[in-house]
Design a protein around this ligand. Sequence first.
Ligand code: GCU
Length: 422
Amino acid sequence: MKYLTLTLLLFLTLSTFGQFQPNYDESKIPDYELPELLLSEKHGKIKSVKAWETKRRPEILELFADQMYGKVPDVPYSLDFKVKQKGVSILSGKALLKEVEITISTVNGALPFTLMIITPNSAGPHSCFMTINFYGNHTLLDAKNISLTNSWVRNNEEFNITNNKATEASRGARSYRWDIDAIVSRGYALASIYYGDLDPDYDDGFQDGLHPLFYGQGQSKPKPEEWGSIGVWAFGMSRSMDYLVTDPLIDARKVAVMGHSRLGKTSLWAGVNDQRFALVISNDSGCGGAALSRRAFGETVGRINTSFPHWFNDNFTQYNENESALPIDQHMLLALVAPRALYVASAEDDRWADPKGEFLSTYHANPVYKLYGEQCIDDPQMPAVDQPKMVGKTGYHVRSGGHNVTDYDWEQYMNFADQVFN
Ligand code: GCU
């Protein structure tokens, strides 16, 4: 009996305190006040584009780097580009495939990764989506010429991936998320890198991937303010852009950076740091991406830092169950995209990512767009499901269905890109 009572007690304790219960009830969202975009403790009220660009924007960017995504260590590196193959006909001659091996080198060693570029088979230069993927470039399209990565890949029975190795059988396994036919038909190029080439997505104390290349003497893990995995993946997107700006097939002034989910968090971080990206797209990026942290709806800061301790920097853990102490919130991240174009997409059933929180931060980024005199979404009413809203430089939709990237999402990205690039 005593044993039974103890077991019951343990069970009750675990189910009450040990397990995270996400809040999906709007009425239980804590009262919150968002930090003001155009008010700096140090510089006062920000009234001009100049004051934004020279004072407040750097201040906010520094806070996100220092307190959340992590700083790139100040270590010199060099880049090398090797075109491995080009002009390879794919999609029945509709498109051309190119692969570029990009090597990042520091005094500690070198790390190569492969940038895949698919261009329409017509005269360029082409506008381009720079993207990052979860299972390897070869999973985006079933084409035999796309090379397989040698890096760690997450096992997935459905995709025939075992032993953490890319397999022939996984070619095209994720093609349902990449509407490449439609993308090239509409005249866009698609560039993509595999995130695991830059940093395998598991918590290994930062011993593999790019981190060790950037350690100082005697250092064996990033400092509390230095980058986690998202920082490294975003860095990889920017190094890819370093190549794209040299490629005559690509119109470097019309490159959108796009990612989904954890890689949507990544595309946002890449897009705010690298102003060469003319359009920044977040697909279902949720907590630590487009969603407001202070709403604590669905996934929370404490939860994400516990499940994925390698994504953000160590400083970010001080906000676990303590969102109101954050000196920033995610509307400020989105505002750093201004005056460039921004598109945020949610999915109705993806409550874990807090669709409303993703919309609200898009809306609350508006003071900075207005400071630039740009049109943007400035109606606080969330658009209805499957009713995309594109106003000047910002766009948003909540699609029916769940956490995914669908042809519908791509269609909106291209509609918006057509609008802002032309
Ligand atoms: C988990 C995680 C999310 C993330 C998602 C993904 O659900 O909690 O923050 O966006 O994985 O990347 O698929």
